[in-house]
Design a protein around this ligand. Structure first.
Ligand SMILES: [Zn+2]
Ligand SMILES: [Zn+2]
Length: 389
């Protein structure tokens, strides 16, 4: 099914592929012990083909779905919902309340529930772009984001094939929080670019993107050494004195991280052993964009080298993503802390979202924005030759 989906996207003309759907793992990585379904005021929701009115709660035990309110849903391995119109609200203990649409399947796995939603990709993108471009304002920046997100979704469509769906709803794939907060500019950008993707020599690219590059994007091989893509190279993001992404909130940042916090992050990632105390941290080498390549952490009488990318992810996961907003920084090692003096936010690879906004403000069109961040590529309608400019 996943392979079929991908082949369909690659082969069919845009009119057909625009109707194609993706399956998304909802609440991925969170334990779902109880799920409350509540149809939206204008929702047309059916559960196992019977109209759903009012709230019902589902739980799981012994691999079966349990439901007190509705006999027809009780004791099944899975429950199929069809949620159209305004959609259905999902909520539960420890879960954010979210409005979802599409064909939703709720399956019992032991004493937990697994939720997947089959959604037309163009509808899914309205949710993704509303969130990803939430700080931006220019329609051309939204369109660039829509095409990048569509392309990225296609290139990641097999990421979760073993779990039985295409994409998860977390930033691992692309953050997808449903339809409670659709931005009309985002919805229009998705519609106006329907079926358009970014290609390199005729093939769909891996369209990485990030918040703000700080003046220079980074080549992918400097961030993930096992990857290399000719279109993911370091790109200067506008004039050095005033990069395209300089309007970004928090463009320049300074963060202090204590050695004890850093020890927690690096122990969790397996770089440091219990009891090892950090005495200093130093930068080893720089990428073309000026990002440090590696950090040498002196601890417990030895020096551990951690790539900046691993360091950034370890700090983000353990201390929160605001503890170290990005990977372009200068580092000062103090007595019991490091001080980071940085620019931009995110991993720096591919399209710079704030740079897209800056370029749109200067009058660039969305395909010019995309061709700037992904050099050598072009924007094409799926199944057609190059876009007319
Ligand atoms: Zn994922
Ligand atoms: Zn930038």
């Amino acid at each position: 099914m996943l392979r079929t989906l991908l082949i369909l996207f690659l082969l069919l003309p845009a009119a057909a592929s625009a109707q194609d759907r993706v399956s998304v793992g909802i609440y991925h990585g969170r334990p779902v012990t109880r799920l409350t379904l509540s149809p939206h005021a204008s929702g047309q929701v059916t559960a196992e083909r019977a109209l759903l009115r009012g709230k019902v709660a589902l739980t799981a035990s012994g691999g079966l779905v349990r439901c007190k309110e509705r006999k027809a849903l009780d004791g099944r391995k899975s429950v199929n919902l069809s949620a159209y119109g305004g959609g259905v609200w999902l909520s539960g203990p420890g879960l954010p309340r979210r409005l979802h649409k599409g064909d939703i399947t709720i399956t019992a796995r032991g004493n937990r529930l697994r939720v997947t939603a089959m959604v037309p990709i163009e509808i899914y993108l309205q949710g993704v772009v509303s969130y990803e471009a939430r700080d931006l304002s220019r329609p051309e920046a939204f369109k660039a984001q829509a095409v990048a997100a569509r392309t990225y979704a296609l290139s990641k469509a097999q990421s979760h094939s073993r779990e039985g769906f295409n994409l998860c709803d977390t930033p691992h794939c692309q953050f997808y929080a449903g339809f409670a907060d659709i931005n009309p500019v985002a919805a229009r950008a998705v519609m106006q670019t329907a079926g358009e993707i970014i290609t390199y020599k005729g093939k769909t690219i891996s369209a990485f993107y990030h918040s703000a590059c700080g003046g220079f994007t980074e080549g992918i091989s400097a961030v993930w050494p096992y990857e290399d893509k000719p279109y993911l190279k370091a790109v200067q993001d506008g004039p050095a004195a005033r990069p395209y992404c300089s309007p970004a909130t928090g463009f320049r940042w300074k963060k202090k991280i204590t050695f004890s916090s850093l020890e927690r992050a690096l122990k969790r990632g397996g770089w440091l052993k219990d009891g090892e105390k950090i005495s200093s941290v130093a930068v080893r080498g720089h990428g073309k964009s000026g990002r440090p390549l590696k950090l040498a952490v002196r601890a417990g009488g030895r020096v551990v080298e951690v790539s900046t990318s691993e360091f950034y992810h370890a700090v983000g996961r353990t201390l929160g993503w605001t503890a170290m907003p990005g990977n372009l920084f200068e580092l000062y090692s103090g007595k019991d802390y490091i001080m980071l003096d940085g620019k931009g936010a995110g991993h720096g690879v591919g399209m710079c979202q704030w740079g897209a906004e800056g370029m749109a403000r200067k009058g660039f069109k969305y395909w010019e924005i995309l061709e700037h961040y992904y050099p050598g590529t072009r924007v094409e309608k799926m199944g057609k030759a190059g876009k007319e400019k």
